[in-house]
Design a protein around this ligand. Structure first.
Ligand code: NAD
Length: 323
């Protein structure tokens, strides 16, 4: 059987699949060449992360495709319903990257509190000629300890983010349409402690949080969870981190809130028009920016790979039994 991982796969997973008898290819094929490649190479299993889109056109044009796998959580780059209607199962790895995304959120929070993103941009050119001026500009930092983090979407990543934030001495409040956790288990050096978290209404979260972190999936109605109305309620001077999906926040409203100084800063790992985010976002100095790297750690990709291998091997066994 032939497996093609178009957005790459951990070396350990490639090796495990090869040892299981699969032929594995990992070169990145451009979206407009993908169907040709999949048909020509007779690919049975297509694996993607977030870059490659597996929409109806790809699924319809590749009758040999038998399984689609997403290394990650969200399935918004795959037309899951259409694949299923054609009898092609879709697998993903929901829990593998939660820790890595939560750690990226904390990195952005520390960055925003100390203006690291701004200092890093200016030090290479001005660090010698204007050291004192830069020091003066960036000396008004803040600590995370004692601040309130508002988590929007209290699932796997939201709860891991809460865990790290609680460990830093933050207070955590959250909104969620399903989750109702009252406490989070923290494990530190083998000891375990339950720390309370509080579910609140969205209005309360927006008004109270010093930092807001978004962890909702792409919304079915396509509406941003933080739009103009919500951003108008955000506590003045707060910071916002979005590692969920580009559409989770209204980019125009965010820019307006930054330009007016109502919020102090924000961090984006995800963008509406990936992989070509709008230039005015990229050039806004109050934004700390990363190119959708929430899950991009050796550890997360190792777990993603292991989880995919296990599911692919199980799927092949079930196909062999049923076929
Ligand atoms: P999850 O399903 O465990 O948690 C999502 C939570 O959001 C659920 O508890 C759900 O009830 C809640 N929710 C949904 N809509 C809501 C709304 N409108 N208001 C309040 N709560 C709402 O998912 P997860 O594993 O925590 O992942 C969350 C999202 O993070 C993914 O869907 C994906 O879009 C994103 N993600 C990004 C990266 C990255 O690289 N930046 C990596 C992995 C996942």
């Amino acid at each position: 059987m032939r497996v093609h991982a178009n957005d790459g796969i951990a070396a350990s997973a490639k090796q495990a699949l090869t040892e299981e008898g699969f032929t594995v290819t990992t070169e990145s094929i451009a979206q407009d060449q993908l169907t040709n490649y999949l048909n020509k190479e007779k690919v049975d299993v297509l694996l993607v992360r977030s870059a490659t889109k597996v929409r109806k056109d790809v699924i319809d044009a590749c009758p040999g495709l038998k399984l689609i796998g997403r290394g990650g959580v969200g399935l918004d780059n795959i037309d899951v319903a259409h694949a299923k209607s054609k009898g092609i199962p879709v697998i993903n790895t929901p829990a593998s990257s939660s820790i890595s995304v939560a750690e990226l959120v904390m990195a952005h929070l520390f960055t925003l509190m100390r203006s690291l993103h701004k200092a890093n941009r200016r030090m290479p050119n001005e660090g010698r000629s204007a050291f004192k001026e830069l020091k003066k500009e960036y000396e008004k930092g803040f600590e995370l300890r004692g601040k309130t983090l508002g988590v929007i979407g209290f699932g796997r990543i939201g709860q891991w983010t809460a865990r790290y934030a609680l460990g830093c001495g933050m207070r955590v409040i959250y909104v969620d349409n399903h989750a109702t956790a009252e406490a989070i288990e923290l494990e530190i050096s083998g000891a375990s402690v339950r720390v309370p978290v509080k579910m609140v209404e969205m209005k309360e979260l927006l008004e109270q949080a010093d930092a807001i972190s978004l962890h909702v999936p792409a919304q079915k109605d396509g509406k941003p969870v933080l739009g103009v109305d919500e951003l108008a309620l955000v506590k003045p001077g707060a910071v916002i981190v979005n590692t969920a999906r580009g559409g989770s926040i209204d980019e125009d409203a965010l820019l307006a809130a930054l330009r007016s100084g109502r919020i102090r800063g924000a961090a984006l790992d995800v963008f509406i028009n990936e992989p070509e985010p709008r230039v005015d976002l990229l050039q806004q100095p109050d934004l700390s920016l990363t190119p959708h790297i929430g899950a991009a750690t050796a550890e997360a990709q190792g777990r993603v790979g292991d989880e995919l291998v296990e599911q692919i091997v199980n799927w092949r066994s079930s196909v062999q039994v049923n076929g």
